[in-house]
Design a protein around this ligand. Sequence first.
Ligand SMILES: NC(=O)C1=CN([C@@H]2O[C@H](COP(=O)(O)OP(=O)(O)OC[C@H]3O[C@@H](n4cnc5c(N)ncnc54)[C@H](OP(=O)(O)O)[C@@H]3O)[C@@H](O)[C@H]2O)C=CC1
Ligand SMILES: Cc1cn([C@H]2C[C@H](O)[C@@H](COP(=O)(O)OP(=O)(O)O[C@H]3O[C@@H](C)C(=O)[C@@H](O)[C@H]3O)O2)c(=O)[nH]c1=O
Length: 293
Amino acid sequence: MKLLLLGKNGQLGWELQRALSPLGEVVALDRHNGGDLANTAALLAAVRAAAPDVIVNAAAYTAVDKAESDADAARQINATAPGLLAEEAAKLGALLVHYSTDYVFDGSGDQARNEDASTAPLSVYGSTKLAGEEAIRASGCAHLILRTSWVFAARGGNFAKTMLRLAAEREQLKVIADQIGAPTGADLLADLSAHMIVATRARPALGGTYHAAAAGETSWHAYAQHVIEFARARGTAVKVAPEQILPIPTTDYPTPARRPLNSRLDTAKLARNFGLRLPPWQQGVDRMLNEIL
Ligand SMILES: NC(=O)C1=CN([C@@H]2O[C@H](COP(=O)(O)OP(=O)(O)OC[C@H]3O[C@@H](n4cnc5c(N)ncnc54)[C@H](OP(=O)(O)O)[C@@H]3O)[C@@H](O)[C@H]2O)C=CC1
Ligand SMILES: Cc1cn([C@H]2C[C@H](O)[C@@H](COP(=O)(O)OP(=O)(O)O[C@H]3O[C@@H](C)C(=O)[C@@H](O)[C@H]3O)O2)c(=O)[nH]c1=O
């Protein structure tokens, strides 16, 4: 099997380089060696040259707040380029694996959403990610779209690492406590992707859109507390006292992009179709913290 990986140096791309390697030959690209999603002519030339059996797209415009004032770039990378990749995959007969987000939903209510729930993104990032999904589904190519949430990894930037940095610098932190979701490890997402590729190549009917997030739920505030207390217990320099990690409502933390309050994703379809489920979020977060601290 030949696999083309795009976005090889992101949180997920880095883990995919490892997880995909037992499946066959992996051609791994980033924006500097032919895999620039903003340069579609060069991108499509790279796809045709590689002629892969599977295209795995881990590249995305993930700067949620910046996207609000940079919508054209976000749309090009999150929607237009994935749509073109999908058309190319259809021509090649390749399977396209793509990643999306809890931010395609408006976050109303307090129940976990399944794959059929109505989408209603609140942000440019969310709406461009949704447009990417829709372009892939419309292309008719064989695909797996994995919607995940709150991704973290030892390598790359993420909320947990931001909290560790701020906890070492500040005596007080204010963190949103009314946005609820599940932090999900890029390492497990990559492993899951490899399993799903093998299974879907054997049984194409498995293709489609899946929710893939860690089990359990938390708020950004409780997640921050977990990360900072783990670091404190490990003897890492932490300036903020536990009672100075203050829970605040979303309304007290204005940001350019609106974010959903309810990011819970129902992963029953993944368990039903593939027999795969991700463990509780704390397991992966603690593993990452052990690695980076
Ligand atoms: N991070 C999260 O919390 C979540 C992510 N997702 C989705 O998961 C996927 C992986 O995200 P994650 O690994 O966390 O994201 P990262 O931000 O860690 O990585 C994104 C990668 O995309 C690359 N990229 C950006 N623009 C381009 C471009 N024009 N051409 C080629 N590559 C480009 C970046 O490269 P460079 O470093 O050069 O800019 C980077 O390597 C994405 O589809 C994302 O939408 C879903 C839910 C949550
Ligand atoms: C730094 C900071 C953030 N926050 C809040 C803002 C926001 O609501 C929440 C998370 O902030 P971040 O900017 O780190 O996370 P954000 O970039 O919104 O994370 C999202 O990224 C994209 C790519 C996704 O697809 C989503 O699943 C999600 O992971 O924490 C605080 O409350 N206090 C703080 O000090």
